[in-house]
Design a protein around this ligand. Structure first.
Ligand code: NAP
Length: 255
């Protein structure tokens, strides 16, 4: 018997930024794999839509409407809904970007990007870890970016925060290994979402992206969701502190 379980049946997963793009795809894949869900975003109507879709797979779905920058309030609302039930999986997915050139970055832009991508990610991971049972194979998955690993012309502050997520993943894995909490990250290259649609609409830019991708195309959301299911499941129990680049081979490109 060498085939481990990829099922998330009976597990409770908490996903931020769950109503669009990558977070939505991960949430629905988790639901399909049997998980109960707690979904977070700032738009109630979109949460209701994803909830309806996810419930078709038969699990329980809870929604928390709020801004991740108010992480204490998000956690308090979650506790009101699930009580003492421990979390099994946390996906730290919310991220935003303002693509100013380095000389033009304002303090307000800096604060928005750093607070949303880095500060809230840390304190939400801290809150999630406190709600995970010791030695029960709990999983934290942080969403970083290829932009946190190589230099791209898409915003220095965003890149710095995504690099910080890679380092946070290693440090938290080191500290929380003794509690059985695995902490890994996913580093996506280009996937078609609201965050990237303006860039990918530019044919010249898209051509450059594709030309730097050994697999010759941008990613499909289900390809990212599959990686998240693997990292959330018992199949990845001996992996921690790693960032898995889901990038069509982009980060091996040496020219
Ligand atoms: N798409 C890509 O190609 C790509 C590549 C590399 C890395 N990433 C990373 O992947 C993650 C997801 O990106 P995406 O492209 O799926 O983004 P997206 O399409 O813009 O979706 C963002 C999601 O987060 C929610 N959200 C945004 N700000 C929030 C806040 N402050 N509080 C609570 N919820 C918030 C949004 O809903 P509301 O606006 O309704 O709150 C939405 O559900 C990000 O961390 C991003 O940096 C994406």
């Amino acid at each position: 018997m060498y085939l481990p379980s990829f099922s998330l049946k009976g597990k409770l997963a908490f996903v931020t930024g769950a109503t669009k793009g990558i977070g939505r795809a991960i949430s629905l894949a988790f639901a399909e794999s049997g998980a109960d869900l707690i979904l977070v975003s700032r738009t109630e109507s979109e949460l209701d839509n994803v909830k309806e879709e996810a419930k078709r797979y038969g699990g329980n779905v809870y929604t928390v409407c709020g801004d991740v920058n108010n992480y204490e309030s998000i956690m308090a609302k979650m506790d009101d809904m699930i009580g003492m039930r421990p979390l099994d999986i946390f996906v730290n997915n919310v991220g935003m970007n303002i693509r100013s050139k380095a000389v033009d970055v304002t303090e307000s832009e800096w604060n928005q990007i750093v607070d949303t991508n880095m500060k809230s990610a840390f304190f939400l991971a801290q809150g999630a870890a406190k709600r995970m049972q010791h030695n029960k194979n709990a999983k934290i998955i942080n969403i970083s970016s290829v932009g946190g690993h190589v230099a791209l012309r898409t915003g220095v502050v965003y890149a710095m925060t995504k690099s910080a997520i890679i380092q946070m993943t290693k440090n938290l894995a080191l500290e929380w290994g003794e509690y059985g909490i695995r902490v890994n990250a996913i580093g996506p290259w280009y996937f078609p979402t609201a965050l990237t649609e303006r860039l990918l609409e530019n044919e010249e830019y898209k051509k450059e992206v594709v030309s730097r991708t050994p697999l010759g195309r941008v990613g499909k959301l289900e390809e990212l969701a599959g990686t998240a299911v693997f990292l959330a499941s018992d199949a990845s129990n001996y992996i921690t502190g790693q960032t898995l680049f889901v990038d069509g081979g982009m980060t091996i490109y040496g020219f």
